[in-house]
Design a protein around this ligand. Structure first.
Ligand code: ZN
Length: 276
C-alpha cells in the first residue's frame, strides 16, 4: 500500500501507483480535506483506505482540475458519506461537458489503459458513476475551516487548464498539475502563454509555504517553479518565432522545444489555438 509523506502541520501527501498521482490530506480538529481522488473506484478506494488510516473525521473533497485522474474517484467518497466537493467553476463546467468522453482513455485500448479502471471505462459497477463538485470557487479565495486549521482554495489564472485550483494549508501548497515533477508538463488542455505567468505568481508566494506539492511527482522548491516558468516563456517565444518564419511548418519547432515530441506538439497546437 502507498505511504503518506508528512508535509508539516497536519498535512500529508499520498502518491498512488500508475501516474503517481499526489493526493493531499489536511487534517483539522473537526474535519479533514482530501485533495484529488484518483481515476476510478479502484484508485479511489485505495486513497480512501489510506485516508482512514490517518483520520476518522468527516471529509471534504477538493478536485484541483477537470482531468479524470483527479476526480473520477469522487463516487467512492460520496458512497462513504462525503457531501462537499469543491472545484473551480471552469473545472466544473469542463467536467459537465467532457466527463463521459474522458472515460475512453481508461479503456483497454485507451491512452491511459495502465490506470486499470475497467469499471470506470465502461461506466459499470459500484462507484463508477460521475460525482461532480457542486461547491465552486471563482476569482475570490474560499477558506475552509477544518477546526483549528484553515485551508485556502484559490485560483491564480489559466495554465495547465482554465480551472486549476490551488490549496494552501499552513506549511504546504498543493498545486495540482500546474506544477509537474518527474515528467513534462501536460499541454493538452493548456494555455501555454498564460501558464508561465501563473507559475510566476505561484513562485511569488515563496516563503509562505515550506512544501510545494505538484499534481504528480515529488515536492519541489520555489526555484523549480521559477525555472519551469522561465522555460515556458522561452518556449513560447521560440514557437512564436518559428511560426512567424514558417507559418505552415510550425511543427518544425518541435525539436527545439524542451518538452519531448509528444508534449511539444501539444504545446504548439495549444499555443496556436489559444493565441487566435
Ligand atoms: Zn491534469
Amino acid at each position: 500500500m502507498a505511504q503518506w509523506r508528512d508535509v508539516g502541520a497536519g498535512n500529508y501527501v499520498l502518491s498512488t501507483a500508475g501516474a503517481l498521482l499526489n493526493t493531499g490530506l489536511v487534517i483539522g480538529r473537526d474535519r479533514a480535506l482530501v485533495i484529488d481522488t484518483g481515476c476510478g473506484p479502484r484508485q479511489g478506494a485505495e486513497i480512501l483506505a489510506a485516508v482512514r488510516e490517518l483520520t476518522d473525521l468527516p471529509l471534504t473533497v477538493v478536485n484541483t482540475h477537470a482531468h479524470f485522474d483527479h476526480y473520477f474517484g469522487n463516487a467512492v467518497f460520496a458512497a462513504a458519506g462525503v457531501t462537499d466537493f469543491w472545484a473551480h467553476e471552469n473545472a466544473v463546467r469542463e467536467m459537465a461537458e467532457s466527463s463521459e468522453s474522458q472515460r475512453a482513455v481508461l479503456s483497454p485500448a485507451g491512452s491511459d489503459a495502465a490506470a486499470a479502471e475497467p469499471e470506470m471505462a465502461a461506466g459499470e459497477g459500484p462507484n463508477s458513476m460521475m460525482v461532480l463538485p457542486t461547491a465552486t470557487v471563482k476569482d475570490q479565495p474560499v477558506l475552509i475551516d477544518l477546526g483549528g486549521r484553515v485551508a485556502t482554495l484559490f485560483y491564480l489564472g489559466r495554465g495547465h487548464t482554465d480551472g486549476d485550483l490551488l490549496v494552501g494549508a499552513e506549511s504546504a501548497l498543493f498545486a495540482g498539475d500546474l506544477v509537474e515533477q518527474g515528467a513534462h508538463p501536460s499541454f493538452e488542455d493548456s494555455y501555454p502563454a498564460d501558464w508561465a505567468n501563473t507559475l510566476r505568481q505561484l513562485s511569488a508566494l515563496r516563503g509562505r509555504y515550506e512544501f510545494l506539492v505538484p499534481g504528480h511527482g515529488l515536492p519541489v522548491s520555489d526555484n523549480f517553479v521559477r525555472v519551469m516558468a522561465d522555460t515556458m516563456t522561452t518556449a513560447v517565444r521560440q514557437a512564436r518565432q518559428a511560426s512567424r518564419e514558417m507559418p505552415d511548418l510550425a511543427t518544425k519547432a518541435i525539436p527545439i522545444l524542451p518538452y519531448g515530441p509528444d508534449q511539444s506538439r501539444w504545446f504548439i497546437k495549444r499555443l496556436q489555438e489559444t493565441s487566435a
